[in-house]
Design a binder for this molecule. Structure first.
Ligand code: GLN
Length: 498
């Protein structure tokens, strides 16, 4: 029993196994992601890094949008497989193996390998990402105040992986070509797998299927769930309306919108099925709060994820990047976020912990609403940047640094907090599935971000940045106003944390 009880820096040692596994997984994910658009748009001949695919930037961004969305949407089946078939621990293991194969396949130079590799990465992340996050929650008992802090530490792992990857992978590609870069992502994932397998002894109490089913043998079956499929009139009504909307979207706005609406239809039907299946009113109320908080999540990522798209292009084309007689490479701006997370995660987490001990408002919903406002405020600096560009034909990079700083502080208020919140509020038998739905919401946010970003070519950056600024601040304020009734619906899930 010794490994089970062992702690490190006041947290279960298992946390650090999950930390390093996720660090390497995120290294491979963000490293590969950083290359993706560049690889697709590079000419098929004459590039020192080896042949790219020679696509237009529009084609590349479209695939990028779908890819970043699907990676997270696959968390829903990934979560279901964990709840029903494998348990989280084995699902993470399987996901890690699939990811090693996927990144390995991407290291092969053929076009078939490109698509097959992406497909495998999508499946692998879907199996790994939601379930490893649920496992972090499983390390703490209900009401353990260390849980939020545990997720902040885990979040530092995520961003350490992302920072390391974005710092070294460009260099590797310059030196040895695209497929060496993809291969490096694969090696990182193998390291993650090794850490995970080695650390199993510290994880014996979390993520097991049996444990999840104690006292709920029959109810935890998804079979019962699917008996609820479309039996209520309300469910049928919503599904038909949403399906019709999907078809309208498909024809009038393009197939992309149609698919997006179809996803929403399926997710809504699924959520209604689960709602019916929950036994107590408390569970039902908490479930509703979770779903409402997912609206904040979609809005947050829809605004925030301009980082890799519109703000990235802004840094490239409209920003004066001269520093000490050199040009700061555009990709460096992508490392700012991860670096700020590593610097500020502990500070933000301890600020909330102190506030909680003092008895002032620090519920997850409060933090999430504040997070949206702080992140939204970051766009003020982008508005200033576009104004400066309008006057002088170039804008200072300080605006971008400030914007990313506010985005990061906002992210720290919402993202690790939401992960922890889900593990507190989800009904145990659907814990992994709810985490999957959360990541799917972030995936939809990614897609929304892409759509907003594209609109900048018609509306102009100034309008888009100002629009996001106003919208996010209003939404955040609305949620703050709704805080009391929403908190009542959580039935004190966070009241007795010690
Ligand atoms: N950057 C975070 C991660 O990679 C959050 C991503 C998300 O929630 N979509 O884990």
């Amino acid at each position: 029993d010794a490994p089970l009880k062992s702690t490190l820096f006041g947290h279960p040692t298992g946390l650090f196994i999950l930390f390093f596994t996720e660090m390497w997984e995120r290294f491979s994910y963000y490293g590969m992601r950083a290359l993706l658009v560049l690889y697709m748009t590079t000419e098929t001949i004459g590039d020192a890094r080896g042949p790219g695919l020679g696509w237009t930037s529009q084609e590349a961004l479209a695939l990028y949008g779908w890819y970043t969305m699907l990676v997270y949407v696959m968390s829903i089946p990934g979560g279901m497989i964990a709840d029903k078939l494998l348990g989280q621990k084995k699902a993470v293991l399987l996901g890690a193996v699939v990811l090693c194969i996927g990144h390995g396949v991407l290291a092969i130079t053929d076009t078939w390998a490109f698509y097959a590799g992406l497909g495998l990465v999508i499946l692998g992340v879907g199996l790994l990402k939601p379930n490893i996050s649920t496992m972090v929650g499983g390390l703490y008992a209900q009401g353990d105040i260390r849980r939020d802090q545990g997720f902040s530490i885990f979040y530092i792992g995520i961003n350490t992986g992302s920072l390391l990857a974005t710092m070294v992978i460009g260099f590797v590609v310059m030196q040895w070509g695209w497929h060496a870069g993809f291969g490096l992502a694969g090696i990182a994932m193998v390291l993650g797998l090794v850490v995970y397998v080695w650390g199993q002894k510290y994880l014996s109490q979390v993520g097991n299927l049996e444990v999840q089913q104690v006292g709920a043998v029959d109810e935890s079956s998804y079979g019962a769930l699917f008996q609820n499929l479309l039996i209520s009139k309300k469910q049928l009504f919503f599904t038909i309306v949403l399906t019709l909307l999907s078809l309208v979207g498909w024809y009038s706005l393009g197939w992309g919108f149609g698919v997006l609406f179809l996803f929403l239809t399926v997710i809504t039907a699924l959520m209604m099925m689960i709602y019916k299946e929950l036994d107590s009113q408390i569970d039902k109320d908490r479930f509703l709060v979770l779903l409402l908080s997912f609206i904040m999540v979609i809005i947050f990522w829809g605004a925030y994820e301009q980082a890799g798209g519109l703000m990235n292009l802004y840094a490239e084309t409209k920003t004066d990047r001269a520093l000490f007689g050199m040009q700061v490479p555009t990709v460096m701006f992508q490392s700012l976020n991860a670096a700020f997370i590593i610097i500020f995660a502990a500070i933000v987490a301890s600020y909330w912990a102190k506030r909680k001990l003092k008895g002032s408002e620090a519920s997850s919903l409060f933090k999430m609403a504040i997070g949206i406002i702080i992140m939204g405020f970051g766009f003020l600096f982008m508005v200033f940047a576009t104004q400066e560009f309008g006057k002088s034909g170039s804008s200072s990079m300080l605006w971008l640094v400030m914007a990313y700083l506010f985005h990061t502080i906002g992210e720290l208020c919402i993202s690790p907090v939401a992960l922890s919140f889900i593990t507190k509020l989800s009904p145990v038998k659907y814990a992994s599935l709810m985490m999957g739905v959360y990541f799917a919401a972030t995936g939809l946010g990614n897609k929304v971000a892409g759509i907003i970003g594209e609109s900048a070519s018609d509306l102009g950056e100034y309008t888009v940045f100002l629009g996001i600024l106003l919208f996010t601040i209003i939404v955040g304020a609305l949620f703050l106003m709704l805080l009391k009734p929403l908190k009542r619906l959580t039935h004190g899930a966070e009241d007795n944390e010690k």
